[in-house]
Design a protein. Structure first.
Length: 184
């Protein structure tokens, strides 16, 4: 199976089952920022924890591989789980925050592999990458800022960064973002 086939099969499955989603991770960065290598598909999906068992059964029926017990445990512990299309992983986060809901309402329908798919706006991907703040996430943010600098909605970004920092009582994200904006 090719990576393209993994993406197309997974997105077709989600759309057939009327599951709202956003493509995140390296694929989203490649579309909205600068291309980089990625070996998995990262998704934010909009379903409740209560329907995850039914969702996992549908995944299995569609010939995806999933460790049912492990996926259910990870949903309860982390709000995420993984399944596979042959050997290629699909990492899924259950959307649960106001930011994710806002990102869904602002989603962009962009072409990848000659098909329209749902991606976060550049601003929302910046925010979703700043929160974990790992070195690769910050490089991803920088590539998005460089590509979209003149078009970024800075007011929207600052509103959410302020909210996130106040809720966490940690202003690391604000300092990282300001540093990235000034250097680019």
């Amino acid at each position: 199976m090719t990576f393209e086939s993994l993406v197309l099969k997974t997105i077709s499955f989600l759309e057939k089952n009327k599951i709202q989603y956003l493509i995140l991770g390296g694929i989203a960065v490649g579309v909205l920022g600068e291309a980089r290598f990625t070996s998995d598909l990262d998704l934010d999906i909009f379903i409740s924890k209560e329907v995850v068992p039914e969702f996992l059964k549908k995944i299995q029926k569609a010939k995806f591989k999933v460790n049912f017990a492990e996926a259910l445990k990870n949903v309860q512990t982390f709000g995420s789980f993984r399944f596979f299309c042959q050997e290629l992983p699909v990492d899924v986060i259950l959307a649960s925050t106001e930011l994710e809901k806002s990102a869904l309402s602002r989603k962009k329908s962009l072409s990848l592999f000659n098909r329209k798919m749902s991606f976060p706006s550049p601003e929302d991907l910046v925010l979703l990458k700043l929160i974990p703040g790992r070195p690769k996430d910050l490089l991803d943010v920088e590539s998005i800022v460089i590509r979209h600098k003149e078009k970024l909605d800075l007011k929207y970004l600052h509103k959410w960064i302020q909210k996130i920092c106040e809720e966490a009582e940690d202003f690391r994200i604000l300092h990282q973002f300001n540093k990235l904006i000034k250097s680019n």
